[in-house]
Ligand binder design. Structure first.
Ligand SMILES: C[S@@+](CC[C@H](N)C(=O)[O-])C[C@H]1O[C@@H](n2cnc3c(N)ncnc32)[C@H](O)[C@@H]1O
Length: 214
């Protein structure tokens, strides 16, 4: 579910890591501080980790360095092929944010970077409901993703991107499901999480949700 962008990632897979290094002018601001953003997510993760949309495995590598098991769920065959080339000691699984194989141990942290916006807000809520049922008290969701403070901030960033001639970025902002911190806060609170947000660059926010009760 939420798989309508998979073909795009199959085509992007072999040069994705060049984009995140900031060599693509249009997406430079989106990926600004990319390595530090992934590091911040990895630092918050603890115990057994379930990662969604690992792509080429950049966050996975950081998670593994910290120890513990990592299950990485990736829907794009092209991205899975790039991930597999790195021979990381993680369990790579075929699936997506909503449909994925059973994880054979208790998951403590659910993490993701640059991926949750591929789900509509309704699908995001289904996903968080599912994670609430999987996690124990104290279990956490740590996502860093393109997010806006509110609709006005989204309008302003879209306008700035159009002004700079970054029309692919404008198209992404319109066709993908970037949401606001307010929507994410409501979703997490509805499902028993205490949630905080931190802006990591002009486009990316960290969402840290900790499960309060069973
Ligand atoms: C922009 S890349 C981010 C890759 C990596 N997490 C990173 O930070 O570099 C988005 C990733 O999300 C994956 N993806 C797209 N739709 C998804 C879905 N519905 N569920 C899980 N992953 C998805 C893509 O295949 C791709 O690997």
């Amino acid at each position: 579910m939420g798989r309508e962008f998979i073909e795009l990632f199959d085509h992007w897979a072999d040069h994705y890591d060049v984009t995140v290094l900031g060599h693509d002018e249009e997406y430079r601001e989106v990926f600004e501080n990319y390595d530090a953003i992934l590091e911040e997510v990895a630092e918050l993760a603890s115990g057994t980790v379930l990662e969604f949309g690992p792509g080429t495995g950049n966050l996975t590598e950081k998670l593994l360095r910290r120890g513990g098991s990592v299950y990485a769920v990736e829907p794009s065959p092209g991205m899975r092929a790039q991930f597999a080339r790195r021979s990381l000691q993680a369990q790579l699984l075929e699936g997506d944010f909503l449909q994925f194989p059973d994880i054979p141990e208790q998951v403590d942290s659910i993490v993701s970077t640059y991926a949750f916006h591929h789900l509509t807000d309704e699908e995001k809520e289904q996903a968080v409901a599912h994670y609430a049922a999987m996690l124990g008290v104290g279990g956490q969701i740590v996502f860093a993703d393109g997010t806006f403070r509110d609709e006005e901030a989204k309008r302003q960033l879209e306008e700035a991107a159009r002004h700079a001639g970054h029309l692919n970025l404008v198209n992404d902002m319109r066709s993908e499901y970037f949401t606001t911190t307010g929507v994410l806060e409501r979703i997490c609170t509805n499902h028993g999480f205490h949630v905080t947000f931190k802006q990591l660059n002009r486009y990316v926010w960290l969402m840290h949700a900790v499960k309060k009760t069973d």
